[in-house]
Ligand binder design. Structure first.
Ligand code: COA
Length: 331
């Protein structure tokens, strides 16, 4: 096992107040039901941002809480890495809005785009910057306003997603530390991009009347296909991070998987040999918040006593791209 280079010094989350239950979809005229959604996904409700709430504003709330808990002020941040599939605008990055609002005058700030796996990628990038000696302290955020890119007329996708942000302060370890990131794993397969994507609205097919008409700037997904890949790649991700840390499922105190679907979570836990009472699940209350889901879950798990200083956690995610990844971390 390698000596950890980076450790989590504080966690936070920024969650919209508005709760939307499965029953609320009837009011939108959608032909769906609580039973259908709950049986297939485990989702009961999700949070939906108010019009004035943005990816950045949720990130600010999460970041301030993480910084307060870490005892780190804005001037100490060397880097802000913000993972999002829903930037507030395409140029410049949402991370610089966060940098400005925090007053993090010494920080580099950039967005990272790897869909639901994005926060794990962002953690790995920040850890790498610490390993190189370039930075000492980073804010690593996953923030998503998924409600802005989901098609509220498409019952096969809009019932799955929710809004929110999670953040951690990551710091470089002192020599001889035993807590921190113990292993990481990242993969991708862009040949499968069209199974989960927004076909239009970027530089290749810019916004136009036709795009608005066709609704091709919203998320499109081949649910069944995505499900199969998610189960396979989440399982592979668990194996790789455990192998790299020279651990097995029985060494793990808490499994925190990306919160997309209860059935995917259960299959992943079974493969990793981790009983469900060691798995943190909040997909029932938040739906799929893409790259915000793992840092939100970590923050909640600390608050609820499911994670403690010294806990060893396995994190794994899968998302559009496809991308997938994992991490073993001792808190
Ligand atoms: N309410 C009611 N019926 C719905 C529905 C909804 N919200 N959404 C789809 N349906 C219908 C479909 O139209 C289809 O009807 P048909 O048989 O008449 O054509 C039927 O339900 C079955 O659809 P299907 O897509 O095959 O269902 P499924 O059992 O695969 O479940 C998902 C759909 C989306 C829940 C499931 O495929 C899934 O979880 N996939 C992974 C999604 C995911 O996690 N993506 C993010 C990865 S990060």
């Amino acid at each position: 096992m390698k000596r950890p280079v980076a450790y989590v010094a504080g966690t936070g989350r920024g969650i919209p107040a508005k709760v939307m239950t499965n029953h609320d979809f009837a009011a939108l005229g959608l032909d769906t039901s609580h039973e259908w959604i709950f049986e297939r996904t485990g989702i009961v409700e999700r949070r939906i941002a108010a019009p004035e709430e943005t990816t950045c504003s949720m990130a600010v709330t999460a970041a301030k809480q993480a910084m307060a808990r870490a005892g780190v002020h804005a001037g100490e941040l060397d880097a802000i890495v913000l993972s999002t599939a829903t930037p507030d605008r395409l140029l410049p990055a949402t991370a610089v809005d966060l940098q400005a609002q925090l007053g993090a005058t010494r920080a580099a700030a950039f967005d990272l785009s790897a869909a639901c796996t994005g926060w794990l990628y962002a953690m790995t990038v920040a850890e790498g910057l610490m390993h190189s000696g370039a930075i000492e302290t980073a804010l690593v955020v996953g923030a998503e306003k998924m409600s802005a890119i989901t098609d509220w007329q498409d019952r096969s996708t809009c019932v799955l997603f929710g809004d929110g942000a999670g953040a951690v302060v990551l710091k470089r370890t002192q020599n001889g530390a035993h807590c921190g990131i113990l292993s990481t794993f990242m993969r991708s397969d862009g040949t499968l991009a069209e199974l989960l994507w927004r076909p239009a609205g970027g530089a290749a097919v810019p916004f136009s009347d036709a795009v608005l008409q066709d609704r091709t700037s919203y998320v499109k997904m081949a649910g069944r296909e995505v499900f199969k890949h998610a189960v396979r790649q989440m399982s592979e991700a668990c194996d790789r991070a455990l192998d790299a840390a020279k651990l097995t499922g029985s060494d793990i105190d808490v499994l925190i998987p990306h919160q997309a679907n209860n059935r995917i979570i259960e299959a992943t836990a079974k493969h990793a040999g981790i009983p469900m009472d060691k798995v943190y699940v909040n997909v029932d209350r938040f739906g799929n918040t893409s790259s915000a889901s793992i840092p939100i879950a970590i923050d909640e798990a600390f608050e609820r006593g499911r994670l403690r200083p010294g806990s060893t956690a396995l994190l794994c995610a899968f998302g559009a791209g496809f991308t997938w990844g994992s991490m073993v971390i001792r808190f």
